[in-house]
Design a protein around this ligand. Sequence first.
Ligand code: BGC
Length: 762
Amino acid sequence: MTTRINKRPWLDSALPVAARVRLLLSEMTIEEKIAQMVQISYSLIAGQEADEWASKGAGSFLHTLGDDVRRLQRIATESRLGIPVIFGIDAIHGHAIHNGATVFPSQLALAASWDPALAERVGTVTAREVAAEGLHWTFSPVLCLARDTRWGRVDETFGEDGYLAGKMGAGIIKGYQGDDPADKDRIVACAKHYIAYGESAGGRDSYDSSVTMRKVRDVFLPPFAEAVKAGCLTFMAGYESIDGVPVSANKTLLKDILRDELGFEGFTVTDWENVRSLMTRQHVVASMKEASRVAIGSGNDMIMTTPEFYAETLALLSDTGDGARELASLVDESVSRILSVKFRAGLFDEPSKVRTVPLALDPEAAERAKAIGCAEHGRVSLESARKSITLLKNETVDALPALPIRGPRGARGRRDECRQVSRIAVVGPVADSVKAQFGDWTFFTHPVPNPGAKPAFRVTTMLDGLRAAAETEGATVLHDKGCNLVDPSVESIARACRLAQKADIAFVCVGDSIDHNGECKDRADLSLTGRQNDLVRALGAVCAKRRIPLVAVLVNGKPLDFSVVAAHCDAIVETFNSGTFGGEALADIAFGHCEPEGRLPISFPRATGQVPVHYDQLPGWHGGKYADCAEGPLFAFGEGLSYSAFRYESVALSRDRARAGESVDVLVTLTNEGARDATETVQVYAHDRVASIVRPVLELKAFAKVRVKAGETVTAIIPLAVDSLSFVGADGRRALEAGEFDIRAGHDSRDASLLTAVLTVV
Ligand code: BGC
C-alpha cells in the first residue's frame, strides 16, 4: 500500500479531496485531462473501440452492464495513471435496464405518495442494486416540472409542482448518495434536466422553452436548488434552448446561477449529444471546434456522446495564445470537478467500488448480485405502489361505494360496509401488460430497445393481482382483453361485455404503453388510443343496467384525456406505471386490505386543447373557460380519496404577523368522519393578496401526512417558512414583499377544498 501511495500520492485517503485532486491533476497530460471529460455510450461504441477509449482514459461510460463494466474498468485502471471510470446508468425507477432488478413505480407515480422518506428508501434500494453491478452513478432524479402534458417524459417527473418535486427529489438523492457516497452500497445522483425542459414549445421534446429568465428562476429553479442543498453531486444540462440560448451554451445557467449562486460543487454532464447539437441541430456554431470551445466556456464538465470533442479540444489547446491558456485553465477546473466526485464517491479507495475481475471469478460480486431483485427490495416496491395508487372517484352503486370489495371468504372490514362479489370481470388492453405497467426506462426500452423481452422475474399485472386476491377470498375472475391499445380491428368489446353481464363488478384497465409514452413519444392528442373509449362506454351501459360497479384502473404514463372514463365509470383508480408489484398493490386497495392514500402530483385536463392545466396558474379575468370545454381540470393537483372521509374544521396560524427568516405554524384541524382509520395528506397553499407582479392563484408551500383514526379529530401542526412566500420579481431577484398572504389548507388544490387564514408579513 505504501509503495502504491509513494508512486501515486493521491491514493492516500487521509488527504483532503482537494489535495488529492491537485496531486493527480499535476500528473496528467493534456490528453488525459480532455479524456476525463469524455463520456462514451456503450450502446453506440462497444468492443475494441470502447476498449481504446478506456485505455485513453475516458472519464465515463454509460449504458454498460455485466462483464463489459469489468473489462473497461480493468483497462482504465491499468492505464498510465490508473484513473477509474465512473459508470453511469439510467436507473430511473429502479435499476430497471437490468432485466432482473427491482422495478419501482415511475417518478410520477411515486410523487403521488407525497412521501419523501419513501423516495429515500426507493433511492437506497436502487443504489444497492446499481452498485452491485459495479456501476457508480444514476442519471436520476428528473426535476423537470411537467407543465405541458403532451410532452412524452411527464412520467419521469415528480409532477407539475416545484415544491413537491424538490422534496421528493431531495429524498431520493439522499437515498442514492446516503451520508457518504463512498459507501459501497451508494451511488452518485444526477439532477436533470437543468432547466425548464418540461415547458418546451408544444410539449415537443428538446424544443425551445420560450420562458423568461425570471420564470426560470421563480418556477423551475427551486427543485434544483433543493437538489444542491441535498448534496447532489452531478447535474445534467437539458437538450432545450431557453428563449433561444441552448442550455449547454448558457454560462449564466451553468456557472453563474448553478455554481456561484446555488453553491453547487459537483460536476455537470451534458445530455446526449448536446455539444454536437450546438452545431448540427441548434446551429449556434459552425464547427465542432467552436462547439467544444463554447461547451467548455459555458460550464459543461463532462460531454456525453460527442467523442469528437476530444480531438477538437486537443486542437484548440494546441494553439498558442491567451484563448488557449484560458481554455486550458477551464479544462483543469472541469477535470478537477470530475476527479473530485470520483474521489468523493470512493472510486480510488478501499474497499473498492471499482470492479475489474470478470464476474465468474469474483465471488463477492456473486454475493452482492443477490441483492438485485431480492424479496426485501420487492417489498419496498410493493409499498411504493400501494402508497402511489390514487383513488379518484368512488361512487355509490346499489347503496354501497363501488370499492372496496371482498370475496365470499373475505373477512376483513365490517361486512355491512364492504361490497361482496363472487365474479369479477377484469378487462381492458392494459390489464395484463407488463410493458404498459413498467413504462419507460426498463429493459424493454433501453439501452437497446427490446419490446419483446420477457422479464426474468415475476411481475404481478393488474389481472394477476386481482385474480390472486379473488382466489384467496373465494371469488372468480373472468378476463378478456376487450380491445387493443392501437389496432381497432382486433377487438372483442362484445365479449368483454358478456363477461360484465355475468359479473358482480367489472374492472376496466385502460391507459397507454411505451408506444405512446416516454422519451420521443410526445402526443398531439391525449385521447385514449384505439377503441378504449368505446370499450368503456359499452361496459358502462351494461354495468349501469345491471346496477353493478364499473371500476376504471388507469395504467398510464401520464395524464390523458379520461373524460369518457369519468363519465361512465363509478370508480377510478389511478396506478400510473406501478412497477413489479403494481397488480398486487391494486388488489390490496380494491379488496380493502389497505387504504388508498395517493394524491395527484399533477392536474388532468378535460381535453388535450385545455393543456396547460397546472394548478398554479396566473389569473386572467374571463374565467379560464373555453367555449367548448368546462372550466378547470378534470382531476386537480392534490386530489385523491380514501375509503374514509375527512372534514376540515379550521385553519389557524400560531401568529398572524411574521417577518423574513421566521417560521409560522399552520394549525389544521380535521376529523375522520369515516368508519376506517386513514391517512390524509394535509396540503398548505399560499396566495399573495397584492404583489408587484401577477402571482399564481395558489402555490403549494408545505404538506404533512397525518394518520387519523376513525371518528377522531386531530390538529396537524405544519411549519411554514415565511421566506417561502418570496418570489422572483420583475428585476429578476428573489425577494419577500410585505403584505397579506392567504394561507390556505385542505384536502387538495380546488378552491372549495381549502380553508383560509391570513398572514401579514411585515
Ligand atoms: C435523456 C437523458 C438520459 C440520457 C442517457 C437522453 O436521451 O434525455 O435523460 O439520461 O439520454 O441515457
